[in-house]
Design a protein around this ligand. Structure first.
Ligand SMILES: Nc1ncnc2c1ncn2[C@@H]1O[C@H](COP(=O)(O)OP(=O)(O)O)[C@@H](O)[C@H]1O
Ligand SMILES: [Mg+2]
Length: 334
């Protein structure tokens, strides 16, 4: 997949257009030639493990860090040549909300609104509205220094809603949040986009990218190792597979024959411990399989049908922890 040959991309519509970004720290190529195209009005997910280079990439795009090589444009403005203009077009979470730790959440939001040029009345109204939306009304009067991490994160995002810049960078917005708060964040992120912003978010959570992002770049060791829609990425891994284990290992070869016959495949694989794995095009066949196995007196220990998950995509692309996901071994054993 090469995003630069993707004909659907109209360069006028790009919120982010980065070519060959590089950042080197000592002898560590933290970002090693990253290309990114983010269409305006979309949610773009940059997915990668700790240390992959996500934050460093964002910092270069947000004019907070100078790239050692490559170039980046935000809505057509070069981050190196027009940093002032770029800064007016972007929001980076982490920079808001904590104007003053000893002031309350409301006071912080009001000050922030005033700094953005809202009237006193408008600022108060906005602060109240946002605190309600983020479930922070109870805590509104509390000084910020007594806020939990999750509350801070919510307040931070609330503050970015005041300015509502055209492009918002969210660097791991939900890392460490409880599920409820995370779902709230997701809703807010969707709302930001509905109201016209573009969001570039980084995440370590595949589920989050799956849930939110229109397109995803998988980044590993400073490089984009895959790019596309969630479906593109899932399809790149293949169809579902059936995993079953049987109670009595003596019936293994018989069970395998049944699996192959019922699923109409030649490539079922058996392994020690009574395990059978087979590709499966049609999940509905499981019923037939179960009936046939029972008729043959074969007792099951466990059965699962797995659609490729983003986890599998990620693992198969980055090769990390690939031992649990081994199409190669199938051929060896077959
Ligand atoms: N200011 C810095 N000085 C030296 N090394 C850094 C600095 N910032 C990041 N790194 C290194 O660059 C790599 C990428 O880091 P980072 O962009 O923070 O990754 P991520 O956000 O994906 O976890 C890591 O190896 C990290 O240790
Ligand atoms: Mg980071």
């Amino acid at each position: 997949m090469n995003q630069f040959t993707d004909k659907r991309i109209d360069h006028k519509d790009l919120a982010v257009e980065a070519h060959g970004l590089v950042k080197v720290f000592g002898d560590n190529r933290a970002v090693d030639g990253v290309d990114l195209n983010v269409r305006a009005g979309s949610i773009y997910g940059v997915l990668g493990p700790n240390g992959a280079g996500k934050t460093t990439t964002i910092r270069m795009l947000a004019t907070l860090l100078k790239a050692d090589a490559g170039s980046a444009k935000i809505f057509g403005y070069d981050v190196a040549k027009d940093p002032q203009i770029v800064r007016q077009l972007i929001g980076v979470t982490g920079q808001y909300a904590s104007v003053d730790e000893s002031l309350s959440a409301t006071e912080n939001l009001v000050i922030f609104s005033r700094l953005l040029g809202l009237s006193r009345a408008e600022s108060k109204r906005k602060a109240k509205e946002l605190l309600e939306e983020f479930g922070l009304t109870e805590a509104a009067k509390r000084p910020l220094k007594h806020f939990s991490g999750g509350m801070r994160r919510r307040l931070d995002l609330a503050a970015s809603l005041i300015a509502q810049p055209p492009l918002i960078f969210l660097d791991e917005p939900t890392t460490g949040l409880d599920p409820r708060t995370r779902n709230q964040m997701w809703d807010t992120i969707r709302r930001l986009v509905k109201e016209g912003s573009t969001v570039l978010l980084t995440t370590q959570y595949l589920q989050e990218a799956d849930e939110l992002a229109d397109r995803i770049a998988v980044i590993d060791h400073g490089r984009v190792v895959a790019e596309g829609t969630v479906n593109d990425l899932k399809e790149s891994v293949g169809t579902s597979s059936l995993h079953l284990s049987i109670q009595n290992e003596q019936s293994l070869s018989n069970a395998r024959l049944i699996v192959e016959r019922v699923l109409n495949v030649q490539s079922a694989v058996t392994a020690e411990g009574g395990k059978i794995t087979a590709p499966m095009a049609d999940a509905d066949r499981v019923t037939d399989l179960l009936i046939t196995l029972r008729e043959a007196g074969i007792k099951l220990e466990e059965l699962s049908v797995q659609k490729p998950t983003l986890d599998e995509v990620f693992l198969s692309i980055t090769g990390q922890n690939a031992a649990s996901h081994t199409p190669v071994k199938k051929e060896e054993l077959a």
